[in-house]
Design a protein around this ligand. Structure first.
Ligand code: PLP
Length: 352
């Protein structure tokens, strides 16, 4: 049975006030949001409402103990104005892995997918149409008990809201290999999108920025000898025409962009190595001119080229991909699939 959603539409759309050619990422939210409450052991109050502020008690448990998780995915529109969501079931699965680790209730697939598709249907005029543009979708959940005891909340709120996004035209990133702080450790929460992972990364990232870098290249928490992730993106190196990326583990977020790229690379029969990647091996490849490209991969930017890596007070320049490089080919292929220009062989798109 389809869950029933109470729908209240806005009488004052803000759509006409938005300049879609110059959107500041994450600043503007579409007209509506979806919400559901977990109480007495079940999800209820499914509703779509005009976007508005929440009212919370100062004792709201998530604010104190961090039971808060999120996802980030995107909707696209093609030139025929059909709207698509990219890999929502994979985002749902990862959301529920995060929920489990954070001792939060999982969200049933019908609540997530029904809420998501209904919301995107209602706000589909907010999906920009220009190549590279998208509607960023932010599902999240947090503990809402009004209680100061340090224990799992018994009530939760699940929300989905959206925000139109222009493509990230990034200058190539300068990234610092982090050898003091850690993002994730074995037995921890590195594989989840829990709020605390990001809060804990801000300070070391700010230090790297003071030194002139844009991002941190996280390494393993024991020895700081192996590469893990680039900021909030997975990382791929092209060395000797081989795509090399750290193998998934408890300390690495299982990126859906990473998976999409590896899936296409396998389809194209390119050599791929998913394994532990030593910093020393990357530095050696750079100095021997065998490193062809390095880039971060994630939903927000899809591909963020890396132009320089800093390691132990030395900066190493990296070639940035040109039109025929792997990163640019993969970007074009993904863009074509998302906009329905190329066959969606892997059933990644859900049509609204
Ligand atoms: C979200 C995220 C990624 C990228 O995941 P996608 O599913 O590709 O968006 C990678 N690393 C971290 C730490 C993340 O939070």
């Amino acid at each position: 049975m389809k869950p029933s959603i109470l729908i209240e539409k806005t009488t004052q759309s803000r759509l006409g006030t938005v300049d879609f050619s110059a959107i500041k990422f994450g600043k503007i939210c579409a007209d509506h949001f979806f919400s559901a409450d977990f109480q007495n052991g079940k999800w209820e109050n499914l509703q779509i409402s005009p976007y508005k502020n929440l009212s919370l008690s100062p004792a709201t448990s998530a604010l104190h103990y961090g039971q808060s998780i999120f996802e980030g995915m995107k909707a696209y529109r093609n030139e025929h104005h059909d709207a698509f969501i990219f890999r929502p079931y994979d985002h749902l699965q990862r959301f529920n892995r995060s929920a489990k680790r954070m001792c939060m209730p999982e969200i049933p697939a019908d609540v997530f997918i029904q809420g998501l598709t209904e919301l995107i249907r209602i706000d589909q005029s907010w999906i920009p149409t220009k190549l590279g543009d998208s509607l960023y979708i932010r599902p999240f959940m947090f503990g809402t008990d009004e209680f100061l005891g340090a224990r799992p909340s018994e009530s939760y709120k699940f929300i989905i809201f959206t925000s139109p996004a222009n493509p990230y035209y990034l200058q190539p990133m300068n990234i610092k290999i982090e050898t003091q702080y850690a993002r994730a450790t074995e037995g921890g929460t590195g594989f989840t999108k829990c709020a605390g992972n990001y809060g804990a990364a801000f300070y070391p990232t700010a230090l790297a920025m003071q030194e002139g870098y844009h991002q941190i290249l996280w390494t393993d928490s024991h020895e700081h000898l192996y590469v893990e992730e680039a900021g909030t993106m997975n990382i791929i190196f092209v060395i000797d025409d081989i795509l090399i990326t750290p193998a998934l583990s408890e300390t690495i977020l299982q990126g859906i962009t990473r998976d999409s790229i590896l899936t296409l690379a396998k389809e194209w029969k390119l050599p791929i190595e998913e394994r532990k990647v030593k910093i020393s091996e990357v530095i050696k490849a750079i100095t021997e001119n065998r490193l062809q490209e390095a880039f971060g991969v994630g939903t927000a930017a899809t591909i963020a080229p890396i132009g320089m890596i800093g390691y132990k007070n030395e900066n190493y320049t990296i070639p940035v991909g040109n039109i025929s490089s792997f990163s640019q080919k993969i970007l074009a292929a993904l863009e074509n699939i998302r906009r329905g220009k190329e066959q969606d062989k892997f059933n990644w798109l859900i049509k609204i």
